[in-house]
Design a protein around this ligand. Structure first.
Ligand code: FES
Ligand SMILES: [Fe+2]
Length: 385
């Protein structure tokens, strides 16, 4: 069994073990993660307003599957496997487009935007063909926070419990994430990072701030408590806000003022930064005047695409108010984090890391992620496979 060699945590000591190095390099483990994690859970794939007109479609990859996300005329946004039901050719080629219908380029089977087979050469001579049965295979889809979330599982986990509930509860001392009105914000900037590191290294990095004093000078200037190395956002298992420094005016690269605060945030959300990991592939960061959302798309055991969006109030975007200094802060944080992850990845296959590494007390909460990960890989779907 491929996960036999993974270490169990040893409770009670200052240093607790991480998974073995091979957990970050073994193609068999990555394949299991694709099957048991990314193809079973809800994945946040794109912004709903990036396909704003009926017929707009984009391709995304979830686990090992290529999907088409399309805005229909009658049924909102739908998601389908990008697989022609005739003989399997990719229906959509390229990364995005706008179409009245989705036509396969091989034998011209043609699908409505809602997925149904509507035309094919000689189709009228085949009256027994069920046009729904031979329509594009659909994928479960939800919209939340202005994003499209999809799940490949035949029976997806309940979105309200697994995603909404967890995020709302874990947002901590504040009532919820809802105050930020994220679904009403607009995209100010997006950046895509092609990171030569395993996706778990990126999550582990995001979950701790032990590295902040070393690699994030701009961030620790804005949020001095990060320099303590404590993951101050987590206390008693809850996410708590991290306060801006006294002389800091905004969450910008030089601490200067940002734009106007989001109108509905609570007093204890002002002058604070919150971050939460929505497993398996989303990070949400909120500050008073904008929200930063990361989506991860694992490509291989040693490569992960990360898309980072900076979201602002519509008036900020429409009036072209200055957001550059806000964007620059987290862009630098991203670059610093991903460089660290890329300098870590090669060591994962070193003999010197075969037994794994260590978590200091301020990183112990990462064990929850490791436990979740082990349980997912040992779950029923794997056993059944
Ligand atoms: S494979 Fe698509 S029409 Fe034949
Ligand atoms: Fe970091």
């Amino acid at each position: 069994m491929i996960i036999d060699h993974l270490e169990e945590p040893l409770p009670g000591s200052s240093l607790r073990p991480t998974p073995a190095g091979s957990a970050y390099t073994d193609p068999a483990i990555f394949a299991a993660e694709q099957a048991d994690i990314f193809e079973q859970l809800w994945n946040c794939v794109l912004r709903a307003d990036s396909i704003s007109t009926a017929g707009d479609w984009k391709k995304v990859t979830v686990g090992r599957e290529e999907l088409i996300i399309v805005r229909t005329r009658r049924a909102g946004i739908r998601a389908f496997y990008n697989v022609c039901q005739h003989r399997g050719m990719r229906v959509c080629t390229g990364d995005e487009g706008r179409a009245r219908k989705l036509q396969c380029g091989y034998h011209a089977w043609t699908y409505a935007l809602e997925g149904e087979l509507v035309a094919a050469p000689n189709l009228t001579a085949m009256p027994d063909v069920d046009r729904r049965e031979y329509g594009l295979k659909p994928v479960h889809l939800r919209e939340w926070l202005g994003y499209v979330w999809v799940c490949l599982a035949a029976q997806p986990p309940d979105f309200d419990t697994e995603v909404l509930g967890e995020v709302r509860t874990r947002f901590g001392e504040v009532e919820s994430i809802d105050n930020y009105g994220i679904e009403h914000l607009l995209l100010g900037e997006t950046k895509t990072y092609d990171v030569a590191a395993n996706w778990k290294l990126i999550i582990e990095n995001f979950m701790e701030c032990y590295h902040c004093a070393t690699i994030h000078p701009e961030l620790t200037e804005v949020i001095p408590e990060f320099a303590d190395g404590l993951a101050s956002q987590r206390k008693n298992g809850e996410v708590h806000g991290s306060s801006f420094g006294e002389d800091i005016q905004g969450f910008t690269v030089d601490g200067s003022a940002g734009v106007a605060a989001l109108p509905a945030i609570a007093p204890d959300q002002d002058r604070k930064y919150y971050a939460i990991t929505v497993k398996p592939q989303v990070f949400i960061n909120t500050v008073p005047d904008h929200v930063i959302v990361h989506r991860m798309f694992p490509v291989s055991q040693s490569r992960t695409i990360v898309v980072c969006d900076w979201l602002f109030l519509p008036e900020v975007i429409h009036q072209s108010l200055p957001i550059e200094k806000s964007v620059e802060l987290f862009h630098r944080v991203n670059q610093q984090d991903f460089e660290a992850c890329e300098l870590t990845q090669p060591s994962m296959s070193s003999a010197a890391y075969a037994g794994g590494g260590a978590l200091v007390p301020s990183e112990h909460h990462i064990e929850e992620f490791h436990t979740w990960w082990r349980e997912r890989l040992r779950g029923e779907s794997r056993v059944a496979a």
